[in-house]
Design a protein around this ligand. Structure first.
Ligand SMILES: NC(=O)c1ccc[n+]([C@@H]2O[C@H](COP(=O)([O-])OP(=O)(O)OC[C@H]3O[C@@H](n4cnc5c(N)ncnc54)[C@H](OP(=O)(O)O)[C@@H]3O)[C@@H](O)[C@H]2O)c1
Length: 311
């Protein structure tokens, strides 16, 4: 089968389209013919880092990256009840290997692709969608009318977070640059702040929740705008111990959330996509041959919504 093979860590040009063996199925797995994949900042971070690659693959080289896939079941091992050959599915892969024509996936991780969305829209959702879903649904207790402040609302994670927060009944204040204002408002945000021209900590206060996808000073100032007893969840590792002390002083719950690979969450997300409540916004779709261009785009940190590749 065709796959992008990474022989060594480095830039986008290190991803080499080549041939390799189809994966053999273990009990509980189906073989998915991949039709679309999506790219996240993590794809580029792992591509560039020997340590991160070793964390997943040990000493194995070359490796196949790629976490977000959508496609069609073409073969089944035993213990795969609930999924049949021909089913359209999507998944967040536990150990990557998605940049390929075929991938073996444990059915625990699979969700049926809703009929009303394309393979690209499905592939866009798992990593970014669940990174927004898990903190908002499992990490916060959002009630109707609560105010949530969402940073990076025009990005992959943020654009799902706005939609999820609205679904949960929150009033959403969201940041992006001015050029993405209309996009963020179109997602359902009630108020937009252009973080490049406004100091948000000077124009707002007493929000109930903050969802931070930026970190650093953005996170630090977020502690200034949340009410005592409020909750901030960041998805960016915190290196500054002062922030924890500042949050504690103000009686604010501050924590870091790391994405967990979880099929139940993906199936809950898929249900809302099927109902048209959650949508993937694809700013660009690339042919499989243009993997390097997709990686170069995600590294700009300016991607609006999501990007996907058709396999
Ligand atoms: N903890 C975890 O498990 C986990 C999981 C997934 C992702 N992440 C991390 O979460 C971050 C976001 O991921 P993503 O997929 O959403 O990235 P992305 O799609 O690349 O985000 C791009 C967006 O970020 C916005 N942005 C950049 N700087 C900003 C700022 N200072 N304030 C507000 N918006 C800003 C840009 O908007 P403008 O162009 O309008 O500025 C752009 O729309 C990444 O650092 C990623 O590595 C963590």
């Amino acid at each position: 089968m065709k796959a992008y093979l990474l022989y060594e860590a480095g830039g986008p040009d290190k991803l080499v389209l080549g041939g390799t063996k189809r994966p053999a199925l273990q009990s509980g797995e189906v073989l998915v013919k991949v039709k679309a994949i999506s790219i996240n900042p993590a794809d580029a971070i792992y591509r560039n880092s020997p340590a991160f690659i070793a964390h997943i693959f040990g000493q194995e080289w070359p490796v196949i990256l790629g976490w977000d896939i959508a496609g069609e079941v073409v073969e089944k091992a035993e213990n795969t009840a609930g999924f049949e050959v021909g089913d359209a599915v999507f998944a967040l892969l536990q150990k990557a290997r998605g940049y390929a024509e075929f991938v073996a996936v444990n059915t625990e991780l699979l969700a049926n692709k809703p009929n009303n969305i394309t393979f690209e829209e499905a592939a866009a959702a798992p990593m970014a969608g669940l990174t927004a879903w898990q903190p908002l649904v499992h990490g916060m207790t959002i009630k109707t009318g609560n105010q949530i402040f969402i940073h990076g609302a025009s990005g992959g994670v943020g654009h799902y977070a706005v939609q999820i927060a609205k679904y949960l009944g929150a009033q959403v204040i969201a940041t992006s640059s001015a050029k993405n204002r209309n996009f963020v408002l179109s997602l359902g945000a009630d108020k937009h702040i252009d973080y490049q021209t406004e100091n948000f900590w000077e124009v707002m206060s007493d929000v109930d929740f903050v969802f931070d996808t930026i970190g650093g000073e953005t996170l630090e100032h977020s502690i200034d705008v949340i009410k005592s007893g409020g909750t901030i969840i960041s998805i960016i590792p915190m290196t500054d111990e002062r922030l924890k002390a500042k949050a504690q002083e103000k009686n604010v719950n501050l924590s870091l959330w790391g994405l967990q690979v979880n099929g139940d969450d993906l199936r809950a997300f898929a249900d809302l996509m099927a109902k048209g409540i959650l949508k993937s916004y694809l700013t660009k779709t690339y042919p499989f041959a243009e993997m390097a261009a997709a990686h170069t785009q995600i590294e700009t940190r300016r991607t609006v919504g999501k990007i996907a590749l058709i396999v």
